[in-house]
Design a protein around this ligand. Structure first.
Ligand SMILES: Cc1cc2nc3c(=O)[nH]c(=O)nc-3n(C[C@H](O)[C@H](O)[C@H](O)COP(=O)(O)O)c2cc1C
Length: 274
C-alpha cells in the first residue's frame, strides 16, 4: 500500500480499510477454525475444511496447518488463479498449482483433496500431477465466483452465487474420463448436484462422493435426506445392493461411447434429436 503521496482524508480512509480488512480476515479465519472444532466435537462425521489457496501469499499455509490442528479430517484445496497476463504459459500455471499442493503436502499430514477448475484441455494433466503428489482425491469442479455487468450503472456487480442443475453435465464427462484413466484417485463431484438423480448420475460416472451447496441454500438440509432416499429407491428398482455395484458403470473404460469425446454440435438437428 502506498500511502505517502495521498492527501490526508484518503490516507485515513485507505488506512482504515486496510486495518478493517486485516481484522475481518483474522475474525473470518478464527470463525472457521471454531466451526471445524465445534463440528468435530458434535458429530462423528469426518469434517473436510476447504481453503482458497493463492500461490504468492504465504498465510494460507499457516491456515491449512491451523485447520488440521483444529481437527479437520481432510483439506480441500481450492486452487485457481485467474490468468490475466498474455505471456503466462499454461505450463507455468500448472507448475504453480503443483507447487501449492506440494507446499501444503509438506506442511500438513491429513489427506488433501485438490479442487480443480473446469479447464478441459488441462484438467487431466493437472489431476495427474496431483496424483503424483499423493493427494488421495480431486473435486470436480471449483465453481468460480462470477461477476456480472450492470448496464445502467456500467459497472461490474456480483451475480447470483447459485448454480443451475444443467451445470452438472460437463462435470459428468470429466469424472467419467478421469475415473477411468486415474483410478487411484477418489473423485468428488461438486457443481450442479441439486437432487438424487444428479447424485446417481455422478456415481454412475465414477464419483466416490458428491458435494451439495446451492440445493441446501435453496431447499434446506432436508434435501440431503431426499437425495439418499432417491438413491435407495433407484438402486432397489435397478436391482443393486450397494453403491459399488453401479459406481463407474458409465465411465470411460466401461462405456466407450463416442459421447465422451463429442464436443462439436456438427450435424445436430434439433428436429431429429431423440
Ligand atoms: C452462497 C455461496 C457461498 C459460497 N462460498 C464459497 C467460498 O467461500 N469458497 C469457495 O471456494 N466456494 C464457495 N462457494 C462455491 C461452492 O463451494 C460450490 O463450489 C458451488 O456452489 C458449486 O456447488 P453447487 O452446485 O452445489 O452449488 C459458495 C457457493 C454459494 C452458493
Amino acid at each position: 500500500m502506498r500511502l505517502r503521496w495521498m492527501p490526508y482524508p484518503i490516507r485515513l480512509t485507505a488506512m482504515r480499510r486496510f486495518i478493517c480488512s486485516v481484522i475481518w480476515a483474522r475474525d473470518y479465519k478464527a470463525g472457521f477454525l471454531r466451526l471445524v472444532q465445534e463440528s468435530r466435537s458434535k458429530t462423528d462425521l469426518p469434517v473436510i475444511a476447504s481453503i482458497n489457496c493463492v500461490a504468492d501469499k504465504g498465510d494460507w499455509i499457516e491456515y491449512a496447518t491451523a485447520m488440521a490442528d483444529a481437527g479437520a479430517s481432510a483439506l480441500e484445496l481450492n486452487i485457481f488463479i485467474q490468468p490475466t497476463d498474455i505471456h503466462a504459459q499454461a505450463r507455468e500455471l500448472e507448475l504453480n498449482y503443483a507447487e501449492i499442493v506440494g507446499r501444503v503436502a509438506g506442511a500438513v499430514k491429513i489427506p488433501r483433496f485438490g479442487e480443480t477448475a473446469h479447464a478441459p484441455d488441462q484438467c487431466l494433466r493437472l489431476v495427474e500431477r496431483f496424483a503424483r503428489l499423493r493427494g488421495p482425491g480431486v473435486v470436480f469442479f471449483n465453481r468460480f465466483f462470477e461477476p456480472d455487468v450492470d448496464v445502467e450503472r456500467m459497472t461490474f456487480v456480483e451475480s447470483s452465487p447459485y448454480s443451475e442443475p444443467t451445470e452438472l453435465r460437463n462435470v459428468l464427462r470429466m469424472v467419467a474420463i478421469c475415473s477411468a484413466v486415474l483410478p487411484q484417485l477418489d473423485l468428488s463431484v461438486s457443481t450442479g448436484v441439486h437432487d438424487g438423480e444428479a447424485a446417481v448420475k455422478a456415481l454412475l460416472c465414477g464419483a466416490e462422493a458428491v458435494q451439495v451447496c446451492t440445493a441446501i441454500h435453496q431447499k434446506g438440509f432436508e434435501v440431503i435426506a431426499e437425495m439418499n432416499e432417491y438413491i435407495d429407491r433407484w438402486s432397489e428398482r435397478q436391482g443393486f445392493g450397494s453403491l459399488d455395484e453401479f459406481r463407474g458403470r458409465l465411465n470411460f473404460k466401461n462405456d466407450t461411447s463416442a459421447m465422451f469425446q463429442r464436443v462439436q454440435y456438427m450435424k445436430y438437428f434439433p428436429s431429429e434429436a431423440k
